[in-house]
Design a binder for this molecule. Structure first.
Ligand code: 1CP
Length: 345
């Protein structure tokens, strides 16, 4: 079986530029909101493999997407570590027991797969539902990004507590990051064994660090993950995405990952020149283009596609997740125009 999405990641010939969209299963779809209501709340949806499969398939049924992504969340690992994750209506994620001290970190189990069987069951359920229609992307958060939520107790704008730990007690933070990296390796390994065809690591908050701290506290742990997962699954492509990571692309590409995700603040043509001979590149339409008219979306799609010069090695995506107030009709315009403008002769 040959998928353009996998072929593009491995720089093999493609029939057209493949596209999937971060948060493609989510609140902009009315059928997603209906299934979430049926589940009760967001975490109950994640923890029910049948319903997680249902929402994973919703964008696949509606649009001509080239890959499905497991419906879950990056915060499943901290939840399994006992931090007590909850989502209150209209608010972001929160932890009842955030990490504050060395003792908290020592108390964390580093192997948590036993409490994450619902994720692996979702992967195998989705895999059966997908059949040969599209490949399945498994994922995890990066250790740094997970640590910010665990230390702040939820979302943050300043990362005050995490950065205070970074500067005051770097050894303690490294201990947490190392435990997280081990958990992530075991988690991604089990996702592949359950049927995931490719893997993505979301480093949403890597871009808030200085260069030296990015390399030390974020990238080195993603490196450990690439090494650990590749040792077990050398043929499963891995994509790393550090939002706002445009200044670190050479270092990211040098980890041995297969794909690098980029946001819209960097020029795709420049990124291709810089790292395009080593890795595939995923991105990078500004998510706000999805508020445009169909004509604007088509024009902006053309601009992104025309920047990439290679025959393969580009996976179209937004530079970050699709927002909840986007009209689903615009998603169809996006997906169809990427295919229309990129079909190889
Ligand atoms: O109310 C709802 O229905 C919850 C909204 C929602 C959704 C749809 C959350 C809560 N998570 C998700 C699904 C999700 N999260 C997926 C599903 C697959 C898909 O892409 O379709 C994925 C891959 C994630 C990953 C995720 N969760 C990230 C990394 C990617 C990114 O967007 O930067 C992060 C940072 C999270 C944390 C999180 N979970 C949910 C929210 C609202 C947040 C972000 C909070 C914040 O901004 O700090």
């Amino acid at each position: 079986m040959s998928f353009d999405y996998i072929n593009a990641l491995l720089k093999k010939p493609v029939s057209r530029t493949p596209i999937w969209v971060m948060r493609q299963a989510g609140r902009y779809l009315p059928e997603y909101r209906a299934t979430r209501k049926k589940a009760g709340d967001f975490m109950s949806l994640c923890k029910n493999p049948e319903l997680a499969c249902e929402v994973t398939m919703q964008p696949i049924d509606r649009f001509d997407l080239d890959a499905a992504i497991l419906f879950s969340d990056i915060l499943t690992i901290p939840d399994a570590m006992g931090l007590g994750l909850y989502f209150s209506e209209g608010e972001g994620p929160k932890f009842k027991r955030p990490i504050q001290t060395l003792a908290d970190i020592k108390a964390i189990p580093s192997e948590v797969n036993n409490d994450l069987t619902y994720v692996f069951d979702a992967v195998s359920t989705i895999k059966t539902a997908l059949g040969t229609r599209a490949p399945l992307i498994g994922f995890s958060g990066s250790p740094w990004t997970l640590a910010t939520y665990m230390i702040e107790g939820g979302s943050s704008k300043t990362f005050a507590k995490t950065k205070a730990m970074l500067f005051n007690d770097p050894k303690i933070l490294h201990l947490l990051l190392d435990k997280l990296a081990d958990s992530v390796i075991a988690y991604l390994d089990q996702q592949v064994l359950s049927g995931a065809d490719s893997l993505m690591v979301f480093d949403t908050w890597g871009g808030v660090l200085s260069k030296a701290n990015y390399l030390d506290f974020s990238l080195s742990y993603m490196q450990k993950i690439v090494n650990g997962v590749k040792a077990k699954h050398p043929n499963t492509p891995i994509t790393l995405f550090s939002k706002n990571g445009g200044k670190h692309l050479n270092e990211i590409a040098n980890t041995g990952c297969d794909g690098v995700g980029i946001d819209w603040t960097v020029e795709l043509s420049e990124v291709e020149k810089q790292i395009g001979s080593e890795v595939a590149i995923q991105g990078n339409l500004d998510p706000a283009v999805m508020y445009g008219t169909p004509e604007v979306i088509r024009t902006e799609v053309k601009k992104v596609l025309s920047q990439f010069k290679g025959d393969t090695g580009h996976i179209f995506n937004l530079g970050h997740g699709i927002t909840p107030d986007v009209n689903p009709e615009n998603m169809k315009v996006l997906v169809d125009s990427v295919h229309e403008f990129s079909t190889r002769p």
